[in-house]
Design a protein around this ligand. Structure first.
Ligand code: BES
Ligand code: MN
Ligand code: ZN
Length: 496
């Protein structure tokens, strides 16, 4: 999809379809008023007749509107004037793009980014328009023998009253890079476990490195053994696929500038291991590498943007499978940090691979480390599919990530990491056990990780509820690429 910004009048704009908004009670948006005037009140007449009531989520496609240059006009309902804020703006965009995708239009001109949405500026509206338009055109048919009908909509013009300016253009460029990063994350997430193996992820990282001048390093199991990553290696024992520890380095900043390290959980299939998961919906555990995929998507986005910042991606990747050689409940392993872990449940494997990757991350002398993981089912129970769980050993960092998530509309919610929860991890036989019971399951998982991140500023994002959708719309969402990229954009601005 191609995007451009143009100061233009909707009635004069050549396009397959011009999109304008109408509030409830028939109030026309500024762009709709301009169009209505030239069209000899064609729109207001329709509204008077009751064909369009301006309700949020409704559309009406018009053909042959008198005196209008464009071939079609799509009227979209904006709801109540005084209720129009972020969520309504995004709903309107989703509705408009959904309607456009059902037509044969090859291009469209949207007059929506000048709608006043409470607390949001024009760059924000441009960014969200690009992300939603890209989402609407996403198809996952890589593995269908007959690809689904390719979307016809290719070009979107963002028309409006204000002159194209550098902030608007920057928002457009950044959003385009974020959208492409999300596509990579979705494509990888949607691939099945028999194709998207740890080796496949390593190849993807190498391809990304080649295309964008990043440095990729792949550690093999024998390298990990030398480093003492016995916790990570214990998870891969039941698998025929070799584990990989992938690192990707992006040097966009000053040589002396300490990097931000992103650590992504890369379990390419989580059967639970000997603590086998129930059969229902087990296929969805192919998505257990979405943390890893979001690191790759974010690295691609910042490389395309040429962000002036140093960023390292670290991806521990393996399968979690049952087998004669697999870890057994009760097994005790020594992590790279030297701390010993009693594995009471082999299905709590994410923390077992992350703890060694987090110890390894210290080698990069990080300014900040953020890990991203589909870590706990408990997080889905706590926050549903709306917010990712956020934990941090520094409130300022938590705030920065929350703000980035709010701006990108890829939101997170801050959960406690108080010492009072740590005792749930006490073990009779080792330094800690890998599960803390049902109560506060996401918190005790984060507490487990916190024992390996004492030497640097750190945050943990639990994306179990936000990385993919179940049911009829099953598929990866590309989250939290917008949150992560926005955080890095903000960081790059603050070092300037
Ligand atoms: N990958 C899962 C977490 C998960 C579960 C994500 C459901 C999305 C939906 C993780 O490895 C896991 O199995 N966690 C266990 C931990 C438990 C054994 C302490 C869980 O949440 O049930
Ligand atoms: Mn698991
Ligand atoms: Zn898992």
């Amino acid at each position: 999809m191609e995007f451009s910004i143009k100061q233009s009048s909707p009635e004069k704009q050549q396009s397959d379809c011009v999109v304008i908004g109408v509030y409830e009670a028939g109030k026309l948006s500024a762009a709709a008023q301009l169009l209505d005037k030239t069209a000899a009140h064609h729109l207001s007449d329709l509204i008077k007749r009751g064909d369009m009531k301006g309700k949020l989520g409704t559309t009406l496609m018009l053909h042959h509107v008198p005196h209008i240059v464009a071939e079609r006009v799509l009227m979209v309902g904006l709801g109540k004037t005084d209720e129009f804020s972020s969520k309504q703006f995004l709903d309107v965009l989703r509705t408009s793009l959904g309607a456009l995708q059902k037509t044969v239009c090859k291009n469209a001109a949207l007059y929506l980014t000048d709608l006043p949405a409470k607390g949001r500026d024009e760059p924000w509206k441009i960014m969200q328009t690009v992300l939603i338009a890209a989402e609407s055109g996403y198809r996952c048919d890589q593995l269908k023998s007959k690809p689904a009908d390719a979307p016809t909509l290719h070009k979107i013009l963002l028309g409006g009253a204000s002159k194209p300016n550098s902030a608007a253009q920057a928002a457009l460029d950044q959003a385009t890079a974020i959208a492409r990063g999300m596509k990579l994350t979705k494509d990888l997430g949607n691939l099945p476990g028999n194709i998207c193996t740890p080796t496949y992820l390593a190849e993807q990282a190498q391809a990304l490195a080649k295309a964008h001048k990043l440095k990729a390093t792949i550690l093999e199991e024998k390298d990990m053994q030398k480093l003492g990553m016995n916790s990570l290696l214990s998870v891969t024992h039941g698998s025929r696929q070799p584990a990989k520890l992938i690192t990707l380095e992006y040097h966009g900043g000053d040589k002396k500038q300490k990097p931000i390290v992103l650590v992504g959980k890369g379990i390419t299939f989580d059967s639970g291991g000997i603590s086998l998961k129930p059969g229902a919906d087990m296929d969805e555990m192919k998505y257990d590498m979405c943390g890893a995929a979001s690191v790759l998507g974010t690295m691609q986005a910042i490389a395309e943007m040429g962000l002036k910042l140093n960023v390292v991606g670290v991806i521990p990747s393996c399968e979690n499978m049952p087998d004669g050689a697999a870890s057994k409940p009760g097994d005790i392993v020594k992590s790279m940090s030297g701390q010993t872990i009693e594995i009471l449940n082999t299905d709590a494997e994410g923390r077992l691979i992350l703890c060694d990757a987090l110890t390894y991350a210290a080698r990069f002398e990080p300014d900040t480390v953020v890990d991203i993981a589909t870590l706990t089912g408990a997080c889905v129970i706590a926050l549903g599919h709306v917010a990712s769980g956020l934990f941090s050993n520094e409130d300022k960092l938590a705030k920065e990530l929350l703000d980035a998530g709010d701006y990108a509309y890829d939101r997170a919610w801050h959960l406690p990491l108080w010492d009072d929860y740590q005792q749930q991890l006490d073990s009779n036989f080792a330094d800690m056990q890998n599960i803390g019971g049902r109560a506060g399951g996401s918190i005790t998982a984060a507490c487990f990780l916190s024992r390996f991140t004492k030497d640097y500023r750190w945050a943990h994002l639990d994306i179990a509820g936000t990385a993919w959708k179940s049911g009829k719309e099953k598929g990866a969402t590309g989250r939290p690429v917008p949150l992560l990229t926005q955080y890095l954009i903000n960081r790059a601005q603050s070092v300037k």
